[in-house]
Design a protein around this ligand. Sequence first.
Ligand code: DGT
Ligand code: CA
Ligand code: CA
Ligand code: ZN
Length: 586
Amino acid sequence: MDKGQVAEVLVNIATLLELKGENPFKTRAYQNAARTIETLSEPLDKVVAEARLGDIKGIGEALQQKITELVTTGRLQYYEDLKAATPPGLVAMLDIPGLGSKKIKALHDELGIDTVEKLEQACKDGRIAGLKGFGEKTQTNILEGIERRRSYASRHLISEALPQADSMLEALRSHPDVVRCSAAGSLRRHREVIGDIDLLASSKQPAEVIEYFTSQPGIIKVLAKGETKASVLLEGGIQADLRVVSDAEYSSALLYFTGSKEHNIVMRQRAIDLGLRLNEYGLFHSKEETRDPKLLAKCRTEEEIFEKLGLHYIPPEMREDMGEIALAEKGPLPRLIEWTDLKGSLHNHSTWSDGHQCPEEIAKAMRELGLAYWGITDHSKSSFQANGLDATRVRQQLKEIAAINATLAKEGTDFRLLTGTEVDILKDGSLDFPDDLLAELDVVIASIHSSFNQTEAETTQRLIGAAQNPYVHILGHLTGRLLLDREPYKVDQRAVIDACAETGTWIELNAHPKRFDLDWRLWPYAKSKGVKCVINCDAHRFEHAGFLRLGAGIARKGWLTREDVVNTLPLKALLNELGRKRAKAR
Ligand code: DGT
Ligand code: CA
Ligand code: CA
Ligand code: ZN
């Protein structure tokens, strides 16, 4: 077992112990041990083999035994027993927001509730409100939480759907009977969350393509299968639909099935206004609904359809009926940002807080990816659960990064690490670090990580206050939402954007696929106010560098161009921009 797997078992043990009602010190010991193991700088099996676990702070004798058993045998009897003794329904309840181990234990002890279904019924019967420590409001919240869970369950993050769609498209492309194929639907529009994967192919032998598609690996179940379309359920629970059309129909089918539905309605009406008909089978010279090939306005590509409708090409990401059609009527659309325009990420973590690699390893990896810079912005001290840094450790980290950069310079490479912090915006709106410390750092991101339950006015004021600090460059993940997991906290986003415009503060587009925060729907407003965007990975591991690509897709949905995004700048120009707000304050 590797570090990550061992840490996961330890965290699970802590949770199970909490459900059992064990004392908090014992559960805390497991959580801390998990963190320690995960961020260990040497291989765990080596430490175990050399019997040096005891040298590690916070790993007592009982934990040493358990970790050794896990590493050497791959399982742990204590964990297996604990799992067997806990009703699985209790563990499932942990997923409901506002329900911690303590409350779940109380529900179990008092009402015998051991499944989510029983809990839902008890809420509906009004039996929860009367329990000590619960009340009407909690009961409503639990019920809403259960309902939200259910609606989340049928939706998926784009990061989960994309790789599956890519491998199916690759398979289709390799089939000799497939002429053209593409993703369509919300996936092609790069929505942050999608219902199902839509695929489109053109072929003279649709039945054979369908047969081939439904026999692909990774399919758990064929839900429907006809001559020209099929629906399958993929491992991981996402549904995929494939439609096969003739190549003559391909362009209009692609346009139609890419949507969105609202965009399609406006396009269809536009065709009617021009004396034409647009449907999934083609663009027709007709005043009535038709599929008659003789009336077809032959368009091989989507571009040609747009052109015949008097429109410039609209990229799929923009097809959301947000005014894009009116814009495409006036002239060519702005050239949207491409992910390859990005030169680095300014918000990232290292082992100094809750990241998984140290700055030196990160520098090496990001330089190899061909990036120009990478900000190390670990958490500040109030984020103790993320091992946040105090001022002393920040200054130690500054020295370490200066040394790494000196070595990079000596080696003759232009890549640089940027120093920084993701400083907590505290409950009262003050920042976790004083200005003089912030002034020493290349990049300062201010984020909210606590007190999510304040009023909209309070949270908005907290963020505006942070924007007004002359040393804060960027507001991080503005609403704190976790897609399909946690609702955003209440905040007047436009008021915060206005404050950023006034103070010259940038706003992050956090490219973590669970965040994509600020939401794409608000970027046109931010842009209209002159607020710049920074597409940040919020990386905690090497692999998260790939979020740049996803983030750029979301920025495209927000109509952003390269000029709107600060981290498309080369290093020197970026450093210049980073100095701007501070110079203004002086
Ligand atoms: P999803 O799957 O919920 O994330 O969203 P979409 O947009 O992928 O929707 P889906 O899978 O139901 O349908 C795929 C595309 O088909 C959609 O983007 C637009 C088109 N479409 C579906 N239903 C209608 C409709 O009733 N009218 C029009 N005009 N187009 C539709
Ligand atoms: Ca879809
Ligand atoms: Ca669909
Ligand atoms: Zn962060």
